[in-house]
Design a protein around this ligand. Structure first.
Ligand code: S3P
Length: 388
């Protein structure tokens, strides 16, 4: 009981007739605080919902509903009652997730139907189909599940004594510059390899030239414009031109791969982060667009803290190709897409790949400079852990 209203904010989701608005009123009456009822606010601003559906259509209603959910999440309301279709949009739901515990109110079909029979809800005659189409979304977003058949307030008080369940049970985590310190490893490897093939330019010149080459060739690989074998050579042909030195790109590639295999650099805090994920009971699979031989060696540093690693060379597809993620899913016996999240620093491979595969995504961006359509952005590991 002590946990109720101890500063936590709650958002109520569930089908029409599950009692979201009435539970919100009872909760506030008992514990104080303020409420935000998105349907009531909609009606106040735009008129009765059934009339709005008839004149402007459902799509327009959904758009405004998502805006209201974001507004509610940003408000200081302690209890937010949503409309039954709130879960259809990610924008509003992600805003609620960032600020509230989400409570899913359930009740058997007969009870829901009976409660809404006399109301003017536009979708009330389609309840069975509506429920079927949304059940997986209610479950996805539920931090707590409360049976509202009898006394939902008492039931809420009971479930709040339990810890909130994790929002995700699997993290598909990028390797380079998310967990492993690619910048550090690459800088050492490229200089040593360059020296081995007789390049005499300064360390800074070599590193900065290679940093220019990398996004060009990896971008081509991600877009399927070149093969992995072509990339291996193309990168050092480009480097050779930029440095205006003469060396054999194949020899340089062999030297670079051998040097990279010696590196085990891990980003600060990454091991603690992986341990925290596993302590929460979350499965962690590394997903990387790397070369198998390199990844096997370099990932030794984190092997005790992960559940597995998937390397695109071995899989046969590169991120962001959804087939890469489908193969991962097959290998682990099927991922639950509603409860899986991709975490990585690359907008074009990690975030685009997660979106194409149909799972939630979180961009790891310590600089705060990147633009993306990821569901979430975390500037540090703790921010990502808080999302769970
Ligand atoms: C709807 C549910 C209603 C209301 C609108 C659409 C739905 O809210 O937002 O009629 O799509 O399920 P309640 O869940 O409060 O009935």
């Amino acid at each position: 009981m002590a946990k109720v209203n101890s500063g936590r904010r709650i958002a109520l989701i569930g089908a029409m007739g599950s009692g979201k608005s009435s539970l919100a009123r009872r909760y506030i009456k008992k514990y104080g605080g303020t409420g935000f009822d998105t349907d009531a606010e909609f009606t106040r601003r735009y008129g009765p919902i059934s009339e709005f559906f008839a004149s402007k259509g459902e799509a327009e209603f959904r758009k405004l509903e998502q805006e209201l959910l974001v507004e509610a999440a940003d408000s200081d309301a302690s209890v937010i009652a949503t409309g039954g279709g709130a879960v259809l949009g990610k924008i509003g739901m992600n805003a609620l997730r960032s600020t509230c515990d989400i409570v899913y109110l359930t009740a058997p079909y007969e009870i829901l139907e009976n409660r809404i029979r006399a109301s003017a809800r536009p979708l009330k005659n389609d309840l069975a189909n509506v429920l079927k189409a949304r059940e997986h979304l209610y479950n996805k977003y539920a931090d707590y599940i409360v049976d509202s058949s009898y006394d939902s307030l008492s039931e809420l008080e009971r479930v709040f004594e339990q810890p909130r369940r994790n929002r995700y049970d699997t993290v598909l985590c990028d390797s380079d510059d998310t967990i492993l310190d690619f910048g550090m490893a690459m800088s050492k490897a490229i200089v040593n390899a360059a020296r081995a093939v007789g390049v005499s330019k300064s360390e800074d010149e070599i590193i900065s030239a290679y940093k220019t080459v990398l996004p060009v060739v990896w971008g081509q690989l991600e877009r399927g414009e070149i093969t992995r074998a072509e990339l291996e050579i193309a990168r050092f042909e480009m480097l050779k031109e930029m440095l205006e030195e003469s060396f054999d790109p194949i020899e340089m590639n062999n030297a670079y791969v051998a040097e990279m295999c010696k590196t085990r650099d891990v980003r600060d805090g990454a091991i603690d982060f992986l341990r925290a994920l596993r302590a929460r009971g979350v499965k962690v699979y590394i997903v990387t667009n790397s070369f198998t031989c390199m990844a096997e060696k370099r990932l030794e540093a984190v092997a005790p803290y992960i559940d597995g690693a998937f390397v695109s060379e071995e899989i046969g597809y590169n991120k962001p190709d959804p087939r890469f993620f489908e193969k991962v899913s097959e290998s682990v016996g099927g991922l639950d897409k509603q409860r899986t999240i991709v975490f990585g620093d690359s907008v074009t491979s990690d975030i685009a790949g997660g979106i194409a595969f149909g799972v939630d995504t979180c961009l790891y961006d310590p600089t705060g400079q990147k633009r993306s359509t990821a569901d979430f952005t975390a500037s540090c590991y703790t921010e990502f852990l808080n999302l769970l």
